[in-house]
Structure formats: structure tokens, C-alpha cells
Design a protein around this ligand. Structure first.
Ligand code: SAH
Ligand code: SF4
Ligand code: F3S
Length: 475
């Protein structure tokens, strides 16, 4: 009797699935999580749509990293609430880091949403959506020590069919003093190597040509059978023998399909090892590119940030990367105006950018986040004006380094994986070279998913423009 009921419910849902629209903000991990959410909900009778107006359920996967990220999402929610007035049946849910940070305040004070689900509670979404039908608002913001959504095969949303993200770990144990992530994403845990390998194999079979392995700190990946992060020397002998660190995982992934490019993000300067760098150098299909956020060029500020490295250590890593892989692309994240930062500290950041010769950087003004160590212990004492002025100087110096580095690529032949049409014209294709610079060239008869050798003819701060010479069949 019970089983017929279940079957009936299931078949009703199959006949008329509810439409789900997911909108993602923040880092790549959030975009990858949205694909896990899509997978969980499509297995529970929902169908994804790209058309917001067709949605029965709108889920917004949110970011808390800076105040302006949250403000943007709040404006979006206010706009959506107006739509809800027109369609009372519409369900609006908030997922991700802002859901975790603001918890039930989003339901009570702001009354903007029906569902609040933190990053570790997505398996619960079908149940939370069902609870709404009884007229309750629904919330789950419990963080987990174990959840990695390991065996869930993500549904690729807005995919170009060429590049995909694969999440290899969750959470962060680093406690950088400015950062909200350890509070919104919880403790660090690694996903099983087997499930990562299986996901990459699936992507290869589907014709994907590039995967980016994702984690807040990929270099501390360690699979030893599951559970919260442990240091290698705290593992039992048996666990040590079976354990897989990031260098090993990278090698296992690279061996799956020699024609599939492998990237990863983000590396923490204190944790990236020679083993990882030698593995990168050994395999043609591991892209020669490292995103290595410095945050500041002043050792004094780095200490307050709790980054666990000095300016000299950081510069040492940059030199080591270039010693092992001379042409390796390196990018950076920089924060201007962190607590107590002086003009002299700022000058050290400018010189770090100049000396490190980053290909590009993501650059931000410091934004105090409630609950972080910096918010509790230090005054946010650099004025908005100074933060802005310093940021402009940082951007200016980075732009001039990027421009020079790109100009030096003119005349070179770079191998590019084609991702699709260029932003400006359907007569041109765009892709990225190994070192992660965007390359644009006339389409001719080439197609997305192919590798081509492109001779670079012109350059700007952000883009290389050239002409394809030939198709490349094996990397
Ligand atoms: N896990 C990565 C970065 C995650 S957050 C790492 O450790 O490098 C992405 C970037 O946002 C950070 O590198 C930092 O530059 C910036 N960021 C984080 N918190 C910030 C804050 N409170 N104000 C301004 N920028 C911040
Ligand atoms: Fe935040 Fe630091 Fe963790 Fe990166 S490593 S997510 S900056 S706490
Ligand atoms: Fe933002 Fe959360 Fe990522 S705060 S940057 S979405 S981990």
C-alpha cells in the first residue's frame, strides 16, 4: 500500500515538475554548490529553468565576503519580493554564505524569504520545500564536519560544455582574521578521492576538456578515509599509508584523460609544496598557472591578518614557482586598507606587486565582517578615502604590470582551449592559454572544445588577440 502511494506521488511530480531557477553569487565554490543543489532537487521532482519568469521556486546562492556583496543580494531580494506580491505561490529561498551568517534573521527581521539553507544542508532542501506547503517558513543552517556531497553528480548549469568545476573539499580552518568564510562554511574536510576521480571521468566521457579542482585551500587536501581535517602526522600508520594529499590527487586526476586540462584554485602560500609544483611541471595537461593570494605586501599586516607567512616567505614561493616552471602564470588577491595599515605598509604592497610580476590580481577594499577576529580585536581605522585611494594605486600598478607582461607575449604561439564566442563578436572565438590569460582570435572553422595554437598579434591589459595557426589533436 505504502509503495503505491510513494509511486503515485512520484509519478505526479514527474508529470508536472515544479520549475526551479537558481541564481549564484560569490566564488566558484558557490557556483559548484548550485549544481549540487540542482542535482538534489531534480531527483526530487523539480526541473531547472534558465527563465526566471517560469520559476515556481527561486533559490539565491549568496556570498558574504564583503559588505557590498551582501547589499547587492539584499537589493535583489527586495526586487524579488515585488514579484512575489504578483504571484503568491512563488517560493524564494536563500542559500550559501549569507544564509549561514544571518540565519533566521532573514526570516524574521527582513521577511524577505521563505527558506534559509546553509552550505551543508542542501540534502535537506526537498524536505524544507515540503514544509512550506504546511504554511511554515523553513530553515536549516547546521554546519557539518563530514558533508562533502561526495557522491552527488552535479547538474551543470549554464555550462559551455567545455570547462567545469569539481569541488574537492569544503570549509576552511585557516582563520585569516579578515575572513568570514570559516564562519559561513565551517570546518575543513576533504572529499573522497574516488568520488572526485569518478566525477572527472564522467566529465571526460561527456566531452569536457578542462576541470578546475576547487577548495578554499586546495594544498591542504588530505583524504584518509573521511572526517574533519587532521594533520598528516596525526594520522594512524594505516591512515598515513592510504592517504592521498593534493600532489597525489592532482597526479591521479591528470592521468584520467591526457587531453583534459586540469586547473585548481585556491592555493595558500603557506601550504603549496614543491611536490605540487613538480607534479604540475611533470604533466603537460596540468595548466601552468597558480592563483596565490598575498593579501598584503607588509609582513606586519600579514601577521595581523593571521596569514602565517611573511613578505619574504611569499616572495620565496613566487621565485620557487618560476624556478620550477619559468613561464608559470601567477595571479593574486590584494586587500587595501586593512586595520592599522600605514602608507609605508601600503608602499610594501605596491612593491610586492611590482616584484612578483603577477599576470593579474583581484583587488579589494577591506570590508569589516562581523564576528571575525579582525572585527573583534582591531579597529577598522583606515578611512574610506584612504582605502579607495590605495586601491586605485594598487589597480594602477597591477594594470601596468599586466600590460607589460601581455605585451611580452606578442609574437609568441600559445596553446588555447576554445570556450566559445568572444564577448564582442560572433566572428571571433575566445579561450584561455595555459597561463590563464584570455585569448581572442577570428573564428574561421574552429569550434568550442578544440585546442588551437594561436600566434599573438596584439595585447591589452586583460586580453591577447591573435590568429589561429593550427588545430591541436593531442596536448
Ligand atoms: N581561500 C582563498 C580566498 C577566499 S575569499 C584564500 O585564502 O586566498 C577571496 C578573496 O576575498 C580573498 O583572497 C581576499 O582577498 C578577499 N577578502 C576576503 N575577506 C575580505 C574582507 N573582509 N574584505 C575585503 N576583501 C576580502
Ligand atoms: Fe578565508 Fe583565509 Fe580561509 Fe581563504 S584561507 S577562505 S582567506 S580564512
Ligand atoms: Fe563568498 Fe562564501 Fe565564497 S562568502 S567568496 S560565497 S565561500
Amino acid at each position: 500500500m505504502e509503495s503505491t502511494l510513494v509511486k503515485k506521488e512520484y509519478s505526479d511530480k514527474v508529470i508536472k515538475p515544479k520549475n526551479l531557477y537558481i541564481e549564484s553569487y560569490g566564488c566558484a565554490m558557490n557556483f559548484a554548490d548550485s549544481e549540487v543543489v540542482a542535482s538534489i532537487l531534480t531527483q526530487n521532482g523539480y526541473a531547472t529553468t534558465n527563465v526566471e519568469e517560469d520559476a515556481d521556486v527561486i533559490l539565491i546562492n549568496t556570498c558574504s565576503i564583503r559588505d557590498n556583496a551582501e547589499q547587492r543580494i539584499k537589493h535583489r531580494l527586495i526586487h524579488l519580493r515585488a514579484n512575489k506580491k504578483r504571484n503568491n505561490e512563488l517560493v524564494i529561498g536563500i542559500l550559501g554564505c549569507m544564509a549561514e551568517r544571518l540565519k533566521k534573521n532573514l526570516l524574521e527581521d527582513e521577511k524577505l524569504v521563505d527558506i534559509v539553507a546553509g552550505p551543508d544542508s542542501y540534502r535537506d532542501l526537498p524536505k524544507l520545500l515540503d514544509e512550506l506547503e504546511d504554511g511554515h517558513k523553513a530553515i536549516n543552517v547546521i554546519l557539518s564536519l563530514e558533508e562533502t556531497y561526495a557522491e552527488i553528480s552535479p547538474i551543470r548549469l549554464n555550462s559551455n560544455g567545455v570547462t567545469a568545476f569539481v569541488s574537492i573539499m569544503r570549509g576552511c580552518d585557516n582563520m585569516c582574521s579578515f575572513c568570514v568564510v570559516p564562519f559561513t562554511r565551517g570546518r575543513e574536510r576533504s572529499r573522497s578521492a574516488e568520488s572526485i576521480i569518478n566525477e572527472v571521468k564522467e566529465l571526460s566521457v561527456l566531452g569536457y576538456k578542462e576541470v578546475t579542482l576547487l577548495g578554499q585551500n586546495v594544498d591542504s587536501y588530505l583524504w584518509f578515509g573521511g572526517g574533519p581535517k587532521k594533520e598528516f602526522n596525526k594520522l594512524s600508520i594505516e591512515e598515513q599509508e592510504q592517504s592521498i594529499n593534493f600532489a597525489k590527487l592532482l597526479e591521479m586526476v591528470a592521468l584520467i584523460d591526457p587531453n583534459m586540462r586540469i586547473r585548481f584554485s585556491t592555493s595558500h602560500p603557506k601550504d603549496i609544496t614543491d611536490d605540487v609544483l613538480f607534479t604540475m611541471a611533470k604533466y603537460v595537461n596540468i595548466c601552468k598557472y597558480v592563483h596565490l593570494p598575498a593579501q598584503s605586501g607588509s609582513s606586519r599586516v600579514l601577521e595581523l591578518m593571521n596569514r602565517n607567512y611573511s613578505r619574504e616567505w611569499y616572495m620565496g614561493k613566487v621565485n620557487r614557482i618560476r624556478e620550477i616552471m619559468p613561464n608559470c602564470g601567477i595571479s593574486c588577491d590584494i586587500i587595501s586598507g586593512f586595520c592599522t595599515e600605514t602608507e609605508a605598509d601600503h608602499a610594501e604592497t605596491l612593491s610586492l606587486i611590482e616584484l612578483s610580476q603577477f599576470d593579474f590580481s583581484y583587488m579589494y577594499k577591506y570590508s569589516e565582517r562581523p564576528g571575525t577576529m579582525a572585527a573583534r580585536k582591531f579597529a577598522d581605522d583606515v578611512s574610506e578615502d584612504d582605502k579607495g585611494k590605495r586601491l586605485q594605486e594598487i589597480i594602477q600598478i597591477q594594470n601596468s604590470v599586466s600590460k607589460q607582461k601581455n605585451a611580452a607575449r606578442v609574437g609568441k604561439v600559445l596553446r588555447v582551449l576554445i570556450e566559445g564566442y568572444s564577448k564582442k563578436s560572433e566572428d571571433d572565438l575566445k579561450g584561455r592559454c595555459d597561463e590563464n590569460m584570455v585569448v581572442v582570435f577570428p573564428k574561421e572553422n574552429y569550434k568550442a572544445g578544440q585546442y588551437v595554437d594561436v600566434v599573438i598579434e596584439r595585447s591589452s591589459t586583460t586580453t591577447l588577440v591573435g590568429r589561429a595557426l593550427n588545430l591541436v589533436l593531442t596536448l
